[in-house]
Design a protein. Structure first.
Length: 401
């Protein structure tokens, strides 16, 4: 329908141009005199040029977009060059070139410029996008528009050229330090995460709350008249499972930035990291290490969106099966709620090693309500760490202090 209306509009403007020529000519014929004929001959070149523009094939133009790189960090500048070429020397009064891209996070930025080519067969137009927003930005088409000086004849053509630009979230350099274990009874000053190798028993000891039923040594228990369990060889691990809050919030970009910074720091230390988030889709990355894992996670963080449907507490409730007791669980959010504290407390009671990071803006602290919840959470054995934007490097320093 839109294309039909545009075509109808062009036909109407062409008819209007013929009507104006006929009216000016009729005025000169009936009125006579120098002024009327001067008006006719002055208008005639513009009218003839308009007719030539109407007949001019705009499809002879070739429009190309040149982008020198396709991966950026947030807030970087991007240089885009538009090249226009044609075969003929037909004089063109003006062309309007417009370029735009749409973002996975809703941003739209345009480059628009009016050029006066005259007889030139090639033109170049450059524009700069300042402070690129995080996300995957898709260039789909360039629009070229031309017309006559009076604006009676206009022609437009869209040139399809798809380019994708990925903008990674900003990050701060951090030094990761292994997280301590915290339980409801207090704090265990352990810098290493301990995991038992149940394939090799190296001794026996008295039963302790939390020991599995399968670990009980029945013969030793009968001899000593006391419950005894097998002592297994222990090995150290630094597995981290990050669960990021995707709920709509003004500090969501700060949450993404801190998550990216933490992932880089953890993997750089040689530890392994997994990831769980729920925005428009549920995304789970298993715990792994290495450069390929970092690329996968940062690529996901470049495109992640907010959601109004699912809170972090609901994610923990629905997807707790994705969390491993052998791994440290890092919850990253910008909003501390009673529901989140209750759910985190339940996981802590199940002996999950859990740390909750609350990200705020620059020079911002926790609200009075969040401070009250934080004190309540500490009593339940939950470690709450406040992180301010711009001071991410202090996050892991606070963990081991």
């Amino acid at each position: 329908m839109k294309r039909f209306l545009q075509k109808l509009n062009r036909i109407w403007k062409l008819i209007l141009l013929f009507l104006l020529i006929a009216m000016v000519f009729s005025y000169a014929m009936f009125q006579g005199g120098f002024v009327s004929w001067f008006l006719f001959y002055s208008f005639l070149p513009f009218a003839l040029y308009g007719l030539l523009v109407a007949a001019y094939p705009i499809r002879e133009w070739q429009v190309k977009r040149k982008i020198h790189k396709y991966e950026f960090s947030a807030k970087e500048e991007m240089q885009v060059e538009i090249e226009l070429t044609r075969r003929t020397f037909f004089p063109i009064f003006y062309v309007m070139i417009e370029d735009s891209f749409s973002s996975t996070i809703g941003e739209t930025i345009m480059g628009k410029k009016m050029l006066m080519p005259g007889f030139r067969r090639s033109l170049t137009f450059k524009y700069t996008v300042k402070e690129l927003p995080r996300g995957e930005h898709i260039f789909d088409q360039l629009s070229l528009q031309m017309g006559d000086p009076l604006g009676l004849i206009e022609k437009e053509k869209a040139f399809i050229q798809v380019d994708r630009v990925l903008v990674y979230p900003p990050y701060e350099e951090m030094v990761y330090k292994p997280l301590e274990n915290h339980y409801e009874q207090g704090m265990t000053s352990s810098k290493e995460r301990v995991q038992r190798d149940t394939t090799m028993a190296v001794g026996i000891r008295e039963y302790q709350p939390g020991d599995r039923f399968s670990w009980i040594n029945w013969k030793a228990s009968a001899r000593r008249n006391n419950m005894m369990t097998k002592e297994f060889e222990q090995k150290q691990t630094h597995d981290i499972m990050i669960v990021m809050d995707c709920e709509v919030h003004k500090r969501f970009e700060a949450v993404v930035s801190f998550t990216a910074s933490a992932i880089r720091a953890i993997l750089k230390k040689g530890a392994q990291v997994g990831f769980l988030s729920v925005d428009t889709d549920r995304t789970v990355f298993p715990i792994r290490g290495g450069e390929s894992q970092q690329q996968l996670l940062l690529y996901h963080l470049a495109k992640v969106r907010t959601t109004k449907e699912v809170t972090l507490a609901e994610v923990l409730d629905n997807d707790s099966s994705q969390l491993q007791q052998q791994a440290t669980v890092m919850l990253i959010t910008s909003k501390l709620t009673r529901e989140l504290v209750d759910k985190a407390g339940w996981l802590t009671s199940k002996r999950y090693n859990l740390v909750l990071f609350v990200v705020t803006g620059k020079n911002e602290g926790l609200s009075s309500g969040e401070k009250t919840l934080s004190a309540f959470a500490i009593k339940r054995g939950i470690r709450i760490i406040h992180v301010s934007e711009g001071r991410f490097k202090e996050a892991f320093g606070e963990v081991v202090s």
